[in-house]
Write a protein that binds this ligand. Structure first.
Ligand code: MG
Length: 609
């Protein structure tokens, strides 16, 4: 992240005590209207690049701007259909860009084209672009100019890599433009501005959002709930006065577009605990960063052929962390679970809870953990309290066996929270069984990949998939498509030896087709403690171990960059097992320590240090 310590957008909010005593939270996205032009640096110049930068510097959720089209088809950023030249008003659609480009903005900036504006907006990591496409006069009838405006806008957003629903929202007074955007780009949020149609009427035209003047909602307060019930997003403009802002928050709008974004933030803050969506901080540890659902590790729809169990495992948030800095005194987490696994042998904390580490004197020190109660899983889980209020660098581990829609980190009102830089280096994939998935550890931070990363600073991107790690071809493709510098596998704990013998070489070949020069480091499986007295399957286990080792040795002769390391999860007392198969916390700590040296030595040969 380029802007590391910027204040994070506050979407904070506002707690309503429900009949069960739990907190229901509402998020409000703050959008700077025509940028944050009241910032000192923007010198009161709306739609200037300085106002866009100021919105970014405040980490506003979004920065709105208006797009017009010149007579020669250049998209430029301006609110009015006219531009002043002295006492004269020039219609933008009657003048060429060459003529208009000579007229600087009030703050002395060169007049921005959409191209120069988006080039700057693309640099903002926390702030989305809220693009208003202005209705166009159509001298020849039809919608030629509006179509051109849409085409140009899409082209330029694509050029700068921000044509994604996570970075850009569209708004327009033109129904034609909204309908076209909604039809061609349904994954984007498009909000209609005019305020003359009910949410159902807008929805019937395929448009998935409304952005109405606050006075429209004052007249039709029921439209907010109606739109939300229809799954539409609800924005409101231009809300600048305290009483109006509070009224709109009270109605439950999801976005407030304002010339006074800091006042909106202050009013939201005052309402008590303030929450930030974890994905707006820094998410660390994802093998694949291209998932449509941000807390899923894999876009399972992109890989047909996955079984139901594989899909469920691959979508769990195991191994994902949130990196942030905060001076909060207390931290809580509220979760919207898509799936929450009940604890069988492992602890509920591991399955659906959170684990927090804080950096102290350069080392990660455990700080707290928490899990929402079974009786009310939507209630916030308290992670730590009574801290000293100084700024801390935090690393929060997400649940290992749950699938998450939303993770909201709550801090005390008035405290600040910022995304921090990824504390780890490089990108090393790790694919493995329930061992890598940390079954039977007491909490998420005690998986052996997590311990390894904290100890070494190397960024392990974990794809622990419980019993589903069997060298399947589909997982080879998933991993091959990832951006990785090295790969570690705990691949011999689940499959039968004949599966290993059949699948190992094709698996390696799929990885090497995309990553010919990275080290591929296999781990043997570990000694299962049930073998101490249980006499069944001992021969099978020993045979499986030997056949897997033999197959890797064969692979080392056939392929380059293949390694084998021998983890050890036990010690002379053998009290390191939780259930005969899986290690307990001590076992996982031993495992991590046992592979650190050999793995680091291999990685170092490839410049991964
Ligand atoms: Mg506008």
């Amino acid at each position: 992240m380029k802007q590391v310590f910027l204040r994070v957008a506050v979407w904070a909010v506002f707690a309503v005590i429900s009949s069960f005593g739990a907190f229901a939270q509402q998020h409000v996205h703050i959008v700077g209207h025509r940028g944050f032009w009241k910032a000192e640096s923007a010198a009161n110049t709306q739609n200037s690049i300085a106002s866009l930068r100021a919105a970014g510097a405040e980490s506003l959720w979004g920065s709105e701007f208006d797009v017009q089209l010149t007579s020669d088809g250049v998209a430029i950023v301006n609110h009015d259909p006219t531009v002043r030249r002295g006492a004269e008003k020039l219609r933008i659609d009657e003048h060429t860009w060459k003529e208009l480009s000579k007229l600087d903005l009030a703050n002395g900036e060169k007049r921005p084209t959409l191209d120069s504006y988006v080039a700057e907006g693309a640099k903002l990591t926390d702030t989305r672009l809220v693009v208003e496409l202005k209705p166009q006069r159509e001298p020849g009838g039809g919608h030629q100019r509006e179509d051109l405006l849409v085409d140009e806008t899409v082209r330029i957003l694509r050029k700068y890599g921000v044509f994604t629903p996570g970075r850009t929202v569209f708004i327009s007074f033109s129904l034609y433009i909204c309908e076209r955007l909604a039809r061609e780009y349904p994954e984007f949020t498009t909000q209609y501005l005019e305020g003359d149609l009910s949410p159902a009427e807008v929805k019937a035209r395929g448009i998935n959002g409304i952005d109405y003047k606050y006075k429209v909602f004052r007249k039709h307060p029921e439209w907010v709930a109606e739109a939300k019930a229809l799954g539409m997003s609800v924005n409101t403009w231009t809300v600048d006065k305290e009483e109006d802002i509070l009224e709109m928050i009270g109605l439950g709008v999801e976005y407030i577009t304002s010339d006074e974004p800091l006042l909106v933030r202050k009013l939201l803050n005052k309402r008590g605990e303030y929450q930030v969506e974890a994905s707006d901080l820094t998410l660390v540890g994802k093998l694949r960063t291209d998932t449509p659902k941000v807390y899923n590790r894999i876009d399972t729809l992109a890989y047909p052929g996955l079984t139901r169990s594989e899909i469920s495992r691959a979508r769990m948030s195991a191994g994902i962390m949130v990196a942030f800095r905060t001076n909060a005194k207390r931290i809580s987490v509220q979760t919207d679970f898509e799936y929450r696994e009940g604890a069988l042998k492992s602890s509920q904390l591991l399955y659906s809870g959170y684990d927090l580490y804080i950096r102290k004197d350069g080392e990660w020190l455990w700080a707290g953990d928490g899990v929402s109660k079974n009786s009310d899983i939507s209630a916030p889980a308290e992670i730590v309290k009574a801290m000293d209020g100084s700024m801390h660098e935090c690393l929060l581990y997400l649940p290992m066996y749950s699938i998450l829609n939303s993770v909201r980190i709550g801090i005390d009102g008035g405290a600040e929270i910022y995304p921090s830089e990824n504390p780890f280096r490089h990108r090393v994939g790790i694919f493995g069984s329930s061992f890598t998935h940390a079954a039977c550890a007491s909490r998420p931070g005690l998986s052996y990949p997590a311990i390894f990363s904290r100890d070494t600073g190397i960024n392990l991107l974990s794809l622990g998939v419980s019993g589903q790690c069997k060298l399947q071809p589909v997982f080879a493709r998933i991993i091959a498509d990832a951006d990785i510098d090295a790969l570690i596998l705990d691949a011999f704990s689940n499959p039968k030896p004949e599966e290993v013998e059949e699948r190992l070489f094709p698996f390696i070949e799929t990885i090497q087709a995309k990553h010919p020069d990275i080290p591929i480091i296999f781990q043997t499986t570990i000694y299962r403690e049930w073998r101490n007295f249980n006499t069944r399957f001992i021969k099978y286990e020993a045979d499986r171990y030997d056949r897997c080792v033999a197959k890797v040795k064969e692979a080392q002769k056939k392929y380059k960059n293949i390694y084998l390391v021998y983890p050890n999860a036990t010690d002379e007392w053998h009290d390191t097992s939780a259930d005969g198969t899986h290690p307990n916390d001590r076992g996982y700590i031993l495992w991590a320590h046992s592979i650190e040296k050999p793995v680091l030595k291999i990685l170092a040969k490839y410049g991964i240090k």
